[in-house]
Design a binder for this molecule. Structure first.
Ligand SMILES: *[C@@H]1O[C@H](CO)[C@@H](O)[C@H](O)[C@H]1NC(C)=O
Length: 314
């Protein structure tokens, strides 16, 4: 190989969130709790939606799948980050690094398609109520979920296509708690300007366009609700504002990091906590604390679980 006189990087060093020992102990406890809450919360949502016939509607079908994606998104890097808080040598192999990049983009891509599907579902339910059942049928729901995984896989492969063959020979310190693509590309020992532009086009710009589409669709929904302002409007308002909060927390940091990959801001790794850790937690919080149907179903589920003498309603 051309660069065989230099040592080839086989592992990367993750800088983590902080180098202070005390702070790392605090982060260890804090993120352990956040991670446990995220997994349990999302698992509870999936179980509730699957087991409760009253929640077998397109919105909850998509929400259940969003919870599953969130649970995976919270798990591809966070457990390693938590373990790393207690370890001196925060290393990750080259393959491990590539795997993290793959899963971040697979799950991120799937999440974006699901968020758009959920806004489409709300748009149809609120703005086209008479055609709701014909448009959002079972096949459409399964199709949207399938589409989300296909888009995720293609997007993740497109990101790997130009990362896999990069030569890494010099610096190997990734200034974050996981291998985020913009940080890894910067370590390659060739000029990565073109790659940076490609990444802006395939990640940053797509995220930006999707976010603008979502803003427009939720604006249309809100305006429709306002104009009608009938009985069900406050419920629609609270559902849509919950959706939109999740959307903003997910897209804001993504866009910030992937649209400006050439400049590295110190705030970047704090922002990446949002799309890998806080957004997956936010989903159960927004949907359980604010939604009466979900809360009632969870209560019902827990009474079934804790009093086995009652039989399951099927
Ligand atoms: C998610 O999607 C799959 C396949 O489309 C479906 O079988 C499953 O029930 C969905 N999950 C939830 C929790 O709704």
């Amino acid at each position: 190989m051309a660069w065989n006189n230099q040592s080839v990087t086989t592992e990367f060093i993750l800088q983590g969130l902080s180098s202070s020992w005390k702070l790392q102990i605090f982060y260890f406890l804090f993120f352990s709790i956040v991670y446990a809450a995220t997994v349990l919360g999302n698992l509870l949502i999936v179980l509730t939606i699957v087991s409760e016939p009253r929640l077998h509607s397109p919105m909850y079908f998509l929400l259940g799948n969003l919870s599953f994606t969130d649970m995976s998104l919270a798990s591809f890097a966070t457990p390693k980050m938590i373990a790393d808080f207690l370890s001196e040598h925060k290393a990750i192999s080259f393959e491990g690094c590539i795997t993290q990049i793959f899963f971040l983009h697979l799950l991120g891509g799937a999440e974006i398609v699901l968020l758009i599907s959920m806004s489409f579902d709300r748009y149809v339910a609120i703005c086209k109520p008479l055609r709701n059942l014909t448009i959002m049928n079972w096949r459409m729901c399964v199709g949207l979920v399938t589409l989300s995984w296909i888009v995720g896989i293609f997007h993740a492969m497109s990101q790997l296509a130009f990362t896999l063959n990069l030569p890494f020979c010099g610096p190997n310190e990734v200034d974050s708690f996981f291998c985020d693509l913009p940080l890894v590309i910067k370590l390659a020992c060739i000029d990565t300007y073109i790659l940076g532009v490609f990444m802006i086009l395939t990640s940053g710009m797509i995220a930006l366009v999707c976010f603008i589409l979502l803003v427009i669709s939720y604006t249309v929904i809100l305006v429709t609700v306002w104009q009608r302002s009938s009985g069900g409007s406050s419920k629609a308002l609270s559902t849509c504002s919950a959706h939109f909060t999740v959307v903003t927390f997910f897209f804001g940091p993504c866009i910030f990091i992937y649209v400006w990959p050439f400049t590295n801001f110190p705030i970047d790794k704090v922002l990446s906590v949002f799309y890998t850790i806080f957004t997956p937690l936010l989903n159960p919080v927004m949907y359980t604390l604010r939604n009466k149907d979900v809360k009632d179903s969870m209560r019902k589920l827990s009474s079934h679980v804790f009093s086995p003498s009652l039989h399951w309603s099927t």
